[in-house]
Each structure stands twice: as structure tokens, then as C-alpha cells.
Design a protein around this ligand. Structure first.
Ligand SMILES: Cc1cc2nc3c(=O)[nH]c(=O)nc-3n(C[C@H](O)[C@H](O)[C@H](O)COP(=O)(O)OP(=O)(O)OC[C@H]3O[C@@H](n4cnc5c(N)ncnc54)[C@H](O)[C@@H]3O)c2cc1C
Length: 242
């Protein structure tokens, strides 16, 4: 394991330092990372970091070495990136967010993925839970001006949901139980008839919700695959995801 970790550290991953840390709500922690290497990679809206938070901890299995976190904001002049980490999971990622301190080193890789801001539609729906909120904020800021945006962002307690980086609250918050696909579909039925023909939906967070809604949009509403952007962030029967 040591050899693999050394290769990861020296060849694959970059090094960042924890610059700031603050609680955004009772269960979400904002972490600001600084690395000169952020300026060497192309950070686009919707990109995320793979953090090697378990590297150096010999007792952890390989699948507990890495967790992914969305880039909520990037400040190129300071070469800093902000993350918002939900801690309901109580796993290695949540533990790292709670315990890390300013000055700590963490290893990272920037990943582009395909859950990116696209400005091609006129109407957008954004759906996600607490873990996906920072990613949805980033997308919302980067889909272009004068768009129709509807949103369903939920958590079991509304007070856990936090404002965007500039203090604004452009997305609609709901207090819903875990895996609330039926309640979300009821809201979608109210929202989508108001949409223009050129429309897109972003769905992220709980994999059960992602799957149910993807099927609903495809089969019941007849939306095309290219109009559906889905990204499962976590799965109740798995640890980590990417
Ligand atoms: C592309 C991508 C971007 C992501 N961005 C973010 C982000 O910006 N912020 C963020 O908080 N997470 C994000 N995640 C999820 C993150 O990578 C971790 O999966 C999550 O933080 C849980 O890690 P953990 O080690 O704490 O728990 P794990 O050890 O992975 O899981 C422990 C248990 O908690 C459950 N669990 C995991 N997440 C949740 C949750 N949110 N609510 C309730 N139960 C949960 C798991 O199913 C498992 O049963 C992202 C995932 C992906 C794939």
C-alpha cells in the first residue's frame, strides 16, 4: 500500500494546504484550499476534486483513501478553491472535514467529469440534496444570464441548507425526508409546464433520487438523454462513489 500511496502522492496527485475552515450550518463545513497547482489545471464550472484524505493512514482500506468534492468556487488570483462538505455520512470524508485544521496538507486531483455548466438551454431545473448544493450553486452561476431557473434543493432540516458564496439564496429550499422522489415528482409536475421548449435538468446527490428522476424524465416526460444531467454523489449501500 505504501508504494501505491507514494506513487499517488508524487506522480498523480498535487498538494494543497487547508487555508480556512468554517461551519456553514450545523452539518456542513466550508473548506478553502490553496495550491499554486490550481493555476496549472483548467478548472471549469462543474469540476470537482478527488481528495486523498486517507493517504498516510495505514489502517484504512484503499476505498477509504479518496473522496470527491465539488468545486463550489475558484479564486484564480489567490489560487484557492472552496468546498462545502456535508457530514451526515460520518465516514472518512466527514471525519476529515471535521478534524482537519488550517495548515494541514491534503493531496488532490482536479476532475472535469460530465456534470458541467452548459449554457445551451433557456429553462433549467436543478434538483439535489445537501451534499449537492455547492455544485448546483456553481452551475447556476455559470449557465448564462436571463435563464429561467427552477430548483428543488432539500434536506431533512431546512436550517442545514446554506447560502451561496456571495451570501445570496437563488435556489429553492425544501425540508424533505431522505429519498423523497415522490414529493419531488409532485413538484416537477407543477414546474415543468412553465418551461420553454429548450430545457435541461440537473439532478445530483442521493443515487436513488438520481435514478428515479432520470427514469421519470425519460419515460414519463419524454425528455431526451442530452437534456438530463445526472450525477449520483452517494449511495446508501456504498462507501464513497468515485
Ligand atoms: C463528483 C462528486 C462530487 C461530490 N461533491 C460533494 C460535495 O461537494 N459535498 C459533499 O458533501 N459530498 C460530495 N460528494 C460525496 C462525497 O464524495 C462522499 O461520498 C460523501 O462525503 C460521503 O463520504 P464519507 O467518507 O463521509 O462517507 P462514506 O464512508 O462514503 O459513507 C458512509 C455512509 O454514509 C452514507 N452517506 C454518504 N453520503 C451521505 C449523505 N450526503 N447523506 C446521508 N448519508 C450519506 C453512505 O451511503 C454510507 O452508508 C461528491 C461525490 C461525487 C461523486
Amino acid at each position: 500500500m505504501r508504494i501505491i500511496e507514494n506513487i499517488l502522492k508524487k506522480v498523480v496527485l498535487h498538494e494543497a494546504v487547508v487555508l480556512e475552515k468554517e461551519f456553514l450550518s450545523s452539518t456542513v463545513i466550508k473548506i478553502r484550499l490553496q495550491s499554486d497547482d490550481f493555476s496549472k489545471v483548467n478548472i471549469i464550472p462543474g469540476a470537482f476534486l478527488r481528495l486523498g484524505i486517507g493517504i498516510g493512514q495505514d489502517q484504512l482500506s484503499m476505498k477509504d483513501k479518496i473522496r470527491s468534492y465539488s468545486i463550489w468556487d475558484y479564486q484564480p488570483s489567490e489560487t484557492t478553491v472552496d468546498l462545502a462538505i456535508a457530514t451526515h455520512s460520518n465516514g472518512i470524508g466527514a471525519k476529515w472535514a471535521r478534524e482537519c485544521q488550517t495548515g494541514d496538507i491534503v493531496y488532490f486531483k482536479v476532475k472535469k467529469g460530465n456534470f458541467l455548466a452548459e449554457d445551451t438551454a433557456d429553462s433549467y431545473l436543478m434538483v439535489g440534496d445537501l451534499s449537492a448544493l455547492s455544485h448546483l450553486y456553481m452551475l447556476n452561476r455559470n449557465i448564462g444570464k436571463n435563464k429561467q431557473v427552477a430548483s428543488i434543493v432539500y434536506s431533512q432540516q431546512k436550517s442545514e441548507l446554506f447560502p451561496d458564496i456571495d451570501g445570496s439564496t437563488p435556489l429553492n429550499f425544501y425540508e424533505l425526508r431522505q429519498n423523497p422522489s415522490l414529493e419531488i415528482i409532485a413538484k416537477i409536475k407543477e414546474i415543468t409546464p412553465t418551461f420553454k421548449s429548450n430545457k435541461m435538468v440537473y439532478i445530483a446527490g442521493d443515487s436513488r433520487v438520481c435514478m428515479t428522476l432520470h427514469t421519470y424524465f425519460r419515460k414519463e416526460l419524454g425528455w431526451e438523454t442530452k437534456q438530463l444531467k445526472t450525477k449520483p454523489f452517494w449511495n446508501p449501500i456504498k462507501k464513497g462513489l468515485e
